[in-house]
Design a protein around this ligand. Structure first.
Ligand code: CA
Length: 220
């Protein structure tokens, strides 16, 4: 799950990046609105955490432009405690949720899970294709009688597949969802993670579609 963090405060930006990475998100962090818009055009993200007070273009402008371009990307806006009007504007401009500074990291993570879940059209917090299930709050996976805890990156990979059962994701698409742009990616990183997941949950959990990529079955 790849997140764009738009935050010009260095301390907050660093703390939030670390918290999101610890929770298995790939994070790209930019510090102004202009760069945010450029990056959103070039990379695929699954959600945006958007501060409103930003240099070059403020957060509301970024949000308005994004929605005007037809993007349905989930956006959480971040505002100061006394900026009620900005929060209302943010929601009216198409934000999915908001957080008030200073916010609790666990609350941020819970809101992040909720908007990503809603985007996937899932009401239940646990992702499943009918045979494998994955709990984003705990990173626990279940397959038949097997229950185990996945590493952050194993989780990110299986989550990407489980959000779209039956769809094939290529190596590049999986890497985009697991790694931020400043992270070094070994050429066999995806194979290594899939090997780890299969070892824990069983070989049939993830299917390899030769020459194309990987998928989880769409069971009903
Ligand atoms: Ca700011």
């Amino acid at each position: 799950m790849r997140i764009l963090l738009v935050e010009d405060d260095r301390m907050i930006g660093e703390a939030v990046s670390v918290a999101l990475r610890d929770a298995a998100y790939a994070v790209d962090w930019v510090q102004d609105g202009e760069t945010a818009l450029r990056v959103l055009g070039d990379h695929e993200h699954q959600a945006v955490l958007l501060d409103l007070g930003l240099p070059r273009r403020d957060g509301l402008e970024v949000l308005r432009k994004l929605r005007a371009d037809g993007s349905r990307l989930p956006v959480i806006v971040v505002t100061a405690r006394d900026a009620v009007e900005d929060r209302i504007k943010g929601l009216d401009f198409g934000a999915d949720d908001y957080l008030v500074k200073p916010f609790n990291v666990d609350e941020l993570l819970a809101r992040m899970r909720a908007i990503i879940r809603r985007q996937g059209g899932q009401a239940s917090p646990v992702l499943t294709n009918g045979s494998v299930s994955l709990d984003p709050a705990t990173r626990e996976a279940r397959h038949g009688d097997i229950e185990c805890l996945l590493s952050a990156r194993e989780f990110a990979l299986l989550q990407a597949l489980l959000l779209r059962p039956g769809a094939i994701l290529t190596r590049a698409e999986l890497e985009e969802r697991i790694y931020g742009w400043n992270e070094e990616v070994e050429s066999n990183a995806v194979d290594f993670l899939i090997h780890g997941i299969r070892k824990k949950l069983g070989a049939d959990v993830i299917r390899n579609v030769r020459g194309a990529g990987w998928m989880v079955a769409r069971n009903s």
